[in-house]
Design a protein around this ligand. Structure first.
Ligand code: AAL
Length: 422
């Protein structure tokens, strides 16, 4: 018996030295498992990389408690006519929403042309190349954020050769020392001629109702040849932060057909500049448009579309070094949120609960145009809406089946199946 126990012992010692991580050594009991109740604070135990991140990278270990996590709910807007959606009227790329004179204001790209966009090769002085070609900046007001009254043009295209003579688009608003500033993309050629090339121009006014005075100068120039933003400065998006104007923007780079889209930052002491581009640009490595807001002592960003980190909400304690704060679904496209503290130079940003966004190619390419819509969310320190904190939106099966395989993909799969059967 003694020799059996001994040889068994020798066997166990032998096996465990061959497989040092094997679990079943008598002197090496199963370690205590992770607690059943998810600890609110990082537990004092060794953690996997995933669990370490769950406690260090997010504002809370569960999305329900993460102030920068939310679902997004969408509502069609009342008050905008789209000519039976025939592609001749488009509204897109809404600005931030502001509240002034007892109502909400929004500015946006407005195109009203005889036809839908026909591409850079077929465009003329009146036929648009893209959905945002031959556009002006219009605005609308609302008492509730759902029903809007279109007020007409705020900033028209200036005459040639002023910056923006071909199209003024994709605007955003700043309030600085009692004056309003609209920044926008100023096209001097039809979008698509080379790429979507433009710098940023600005107009200013004493009232959100205008009249707007164009500055007639490029305020954020393209980068030098060979730099990431040499061709386009898109989606100019100003906030007041650290006593200065922090203007975020997006650029397309690396050339067609594999464009990269990332976001940069330009900082100024005065709305008309000079703006100094940040040394660390790009500061957000993903995202098709710019949507940012003061949050606590830093800046949060909705990062929708394009790049490794699309579908995330991000946060930078210093407005520069962004980290992923949550992963979200069905994000608003080109969102312009209502941000009560966008221009107050706050060090205690409260977040956002709603805004306007757009939906491009609303019908089909031959009637290509965009519409504005409203989104709601709970990315606010002052709202606690558990409905907005659910883990995923319910998307109907027919929406999944609409993301079907194309003929070429079916053929590839059929060929792979045939090869297996051979
Ligand atoms: C948008 C924005 C800019 C681009 C084009 C119109 O979503 O990124 O405005 O130039 O697309």
């Amino acid at each position: 018996m003694r020799s059996v126990v001994l040889s068994l012992g020798i066997f166990v010692v032998g096996v465990s030295s061959l497989f040092p991580l094997a679990c079943c050594h008598a002197e090496d009991p199963q370690p205590k498992g992770f607690p059943f109740k998810l600890p609110k604070e990082k537990p004092d135990r060794e953690l996997s990389a995933a669990m370490e991140r769950n406690y260090s990278a997010y504002l809370a270990p569960r999305p329900e408690d993460n102030e920068l996590y939310s679902l997004f709910k969408y509502t069609p807007l009342k008050g905008f006519d789209y000519n039976n959606h025939d592609g001749t009227i488009s509204r897109r790329d809404p600005s931030k929403v502001i509240f002034a004179n007892g109502k909400y204001y929004v500015w946006y790209t407005h195109r009203h042309t005889p036809t839908s966009p026909k591409g850079a090769k077929n465009c003329t002085d009146t036929i648009p190349s893209s959905d945002w070609d031959l556009a002006d900046i219009w605005y609308a007001t609302s008492e509730d954020g759902f029903a809007w009254t279109e007020q007409g043009v705020a900033v028209p295209r200036p005459p040639k050769p002023q910056v923006g003579w071909r199209s003024v688009t994709t605007t955003d608003i700043l309030l600085w020392k009692g004056k309003y500033y609209l920044y926008y993309q100023g096209f001097m050629e039809a979008s698509g001629t080379r790429g979507d090339d433009c710098p940023v121009a600005v107009s200013y006014a004493d009232s959100p109702d205008g009249p707007w005075t164009p500055h007639h100068k490029i305020v954020i120039p393209n980068g030098a040849p060979g730099e990431w933003d040499q061709y386009s400065i898109h989606d100019p998006y100003p906030l007041v932060y650290k006593g200065k104007i922090y203007l975020y923007y997006k650029s397309d780079f690396d050339g067609d057909p594999r464009l990269v889209r990332m976001q940069g930052l330009a900082i100024a002491d005065h709305p008309l500049g000079p703006f100094k581009k940040h040394l660390l640009n790009p500061v957000v490595n993903s995202g098709h448009e710019t949507t940012l807001f003061p949050f606590k002592g830093g800046i949060a960003a909705l990062v929708h579309g394009d790049g490794n980190e699309h579908n995330t909400v991000q946060f930078a304690e210093d407005g520069v070094n962004f980290e992923i704060a949550s992963i979200v679904s069905l994000m608003p496209i080109a969102a312009g949120p209502f941000i009560p503290d966008a221009f107050t130079n706050t060090q205690d940003g409260r977040g956002i609960t709603w805004g306007l966004s757009h939906f491009t190619n609303y019908t089909n390419w031959s009637q290509n145009h965009a519409i504005l819509m409203r989104f709601d969310c709970d990315l606010s320190l002052d709202l606690n809406d558990p409905e907005m904190k659910r883990h995923r939106p319910y998307v109907r099966p027919d929406q999944y089946f609409k993301q079907g395989l194309n003929g070429k993909q079916r053929q590839r799969i059929n060929e792979a199946n045939r090869a297996l059967r051979k």
